[in-house]
Design a protein around this ligand. Structure first.
Ligand code: ADP
Ligand code: MG
Length: 227
């Protein structure tokens, strides 16, 4: 299970007059199994933090330990291994592979892990069943509603059994009914013991988390747990 320990994390883009301190000294601990929402105005550094948490990017300075591994100093190859085995991603725009069935989309991360065809199929079917899409496995993204596409994306994120689920504005493109279904799904993911960190603009989404962190100008300005 995941534990996150971040110390004085910094991410700087550009230089001279054009310098942007996207992260400007972030300290953060997240325990295994926590359900955390990150809020903050556009440009406050949320996605930058999320990308580093998910090993998609590395910090300019500071340390980040994931499950006891100092990932802030890993090379691209090692980083991609950590990402592949420990992290599941969900994005606002779903990021499914076009003209490819839900089943094949969910099998993809298992293929990257080298899981054999038969097991891949079984696990992908089970993951789609778990998100309520057993009757849509052969549909392609354009044949699915937004809410259904996001559920495929969640099945894809979960199928590798990662300890950490990261979601960047996962309900940003959904209507209110699909948002509710998705929040129920995240609730179950959390109840299953996974660490969930999601970025949101919506109070309603943040309220379902057990802890809300607020960012401004690359820093954490508020961090509170639900009573
Ligand atoms: P948020 O997700 O909270 O909207 P971001 O983390 O995307 O914020 O961005 C934080 C700041 O860093 C913004 O000022 C943004 O313009 C800048 N930024 C993000 N990514 C890059 C990049 N690849 N190059 C230059 N500046 C960037
Ligand atoms: Mg963002």
């Amino acid at each position: 299970m995941s534990t996150i320990q971040i110390r004085d994390l910094r991410k700087v883009y550009g230089e001279g007059e054009a310098i942007v301190r996207a992260l400007d000294g972030v300290d953060l601990d997240i325990d295994s199994g926590e359900y955390v929402a990150i809020m903050g105005a556009s440009g406050s550094g949320k996605s930058t933090l999320m990308n580093i948490l998910g090993c998609l990017d590395i910090p300019t300075a500071g340390t980040y330990e994931l499950d006891g591994i100092d990932v802030s100093r890993l090379g691209e190859r090692e980083l991609s291994l950590v990402r592949r085995h420990r992290v599941g991603f969900v994005f606002q725009s779903f990021n499914l592979v076009a003209r490819t069935s839900a089943l094949a989309n969910v099998e993809l991360p298992l293929a990257y892990q080298g899981v054999k065809r038969h097991e891949r199929r079984e696990r992908a079917l089970a993951a789609l069943d778990a998100v309520g899409l057993a009757d849509r496995v052969h549909h392609e993204p354009t044949q699915l509603s937004g809410g259904q596409q996001q559920r495929v994306a969640i099945a894809r994120a979960l199928v590798t059994h990662p300890s950490l689920i990261l979601a960047d504005e996962p309900t940003g493109a959904l209507d209110s009914r699909s948002t509710h279904e998705l929040l129920d799904l995240f609730e179950r993911v959390h109840a299953g013991g996974r660490t969930v960190v999601l970025i949101t603009h919506e109070d309603e989404v943040a309220q379902r988390a057990r802890r809300v962190i607020r960012m401004r100008d690359g820093r954490i300005i508020d961090d509170r747990r639900a009573a």
